[in-house]
Ligand binder design. Structure first.
Ligand code: SF4
Length: 296
């Protein structure tokens, strides 16, 4: 029988769990209003979870079809949040808004708005195409502030020396090392500059738990969407541990659904399981059950 060990911290982070629960409540209660329920953009980076929510009646709304909303429809704002301009556009249709913006993201949005009101330039470290970055930038811009998004050290180096009042905020999932490097460069270029640590511990907590796990098991299974950045990072870290003799683990794989477990994993004596912040509990449970069941 395979000894299956779960990472101490794995799967849904607080913000994603909250958003999924809010969506499920909405879908249950919506029967009375007869309207449709949408999430603005895909609610979660996991195909299986999205399919389950779609079967319960959740549709995806994008900025192009806001005008087609009806007054009895409901729009769920996902954990990443949205720019105030889009929120306002949804409000004008009369549709109900259920705001599942993660409290951590909300706090960055508020900080961006507060400093923007005081005339600060807002510099955001993160992915230009990410919904969370668009939401925070939108908050700053709604107060007429300049908002600059830097994706990496190279971008930071392109910002000219100036004496603007500026603050640096990060996308909640950026790595500490990357953020510190960006902050160091900007600190030399800006005279009135404040850096805020807005990185969410969810990613590093899952990484630390994985490292502990890699010391105890022969193989590691990373469960999560192929398009989930934090799951991909967990898999990359697991591969690094497999190449390092200081760790017990020798092989790792990244699967999205339980049927993807590679056959050779069933020959192992011990397997560690971890999962990205958007991996539903039921998929983690199923993987564990299959590993234990097939090896009995
Ligand atoms: S990763 Fe952190 S900030 Fe992002 S949704 Fe999860 S808890 Fe919120």
């Amino acid at each position: 029988m395979i000894n299956v060990i779960r990472a101490d911290i794995l799967g849904y982070c607080m913000g994603v769990r909250r958003a999924v629960e809010m969506a499920e409540n909405c879908l249950e209660n919506n029967v009375k209003t007869q309207g449709s329920v949408f999430s603005f953009g895909p609610l979660i980076h996991n195909k299986t979870a999205l399919k389950t929510l779609a079967l319960k009646g959740l549709s995806v709304l994008d900025s192009e079809n806001i005008d087609s909303l009806k007054h009895n429809d409901t729009v769920i704002i996902r954990a990443h949040g949205i720019p105030p301009k889009i929120r306002h556009k949804i409000e004008t249709t009369g549709a109900k808004i259920v705001d599942a913006t993660c409290p951590r993201v909300l706090s960055s949005q508020k900080r961006a708005s507060n400093f923007a009101k005081k005339g600060f330039t807002i510099i955001l470290a993160g992915d230009k195409n990410h919904g969370e970055v668009a939401g925070i930038a939108g908050c700053a811009e709604s107060f007429g502030a300049k908002c600059i998004v830097v994706e990496n050290v190279m971008d930071a180096k392109k910002i000219p020396q100036c004496n603007d009042k500026a603050i640096l905020l990060s996308q909640t999932t950026i790595s500490h090392k990357e953020y510190d490097d960006i902050a160091r460069i900007l600190q030399k270029r800006m005279e009135h500059f404040q850096v805020f640590d807005t990185i969410c511990p969810a990613t590093s907590e899952r990484q630390k738990s994985l490292e502990k796990l890699a010391k105890k098991v022969e193989g590691i299974i990373v469960i999560g969407g192929k398009n989930s950045a934090n799951t991909q990072r967990l898999f990359l870290a697991s591969q690094k541990y497999c190449d390092d003799n200081a760790y017990e683990c020798k092989i790792s794989c990244h699967i999205e659904t339980p049927d993807e477990i590679p056959e050779n994993f069933f020959q192992l004596k011990s397997i560690g399981i971890t999962a990205g912040a958007s991996t539903p509990d039921n998929i983690i449970d199923e993987v564990e059950e299959i590993l234990i069941g097939k090896s009995c």
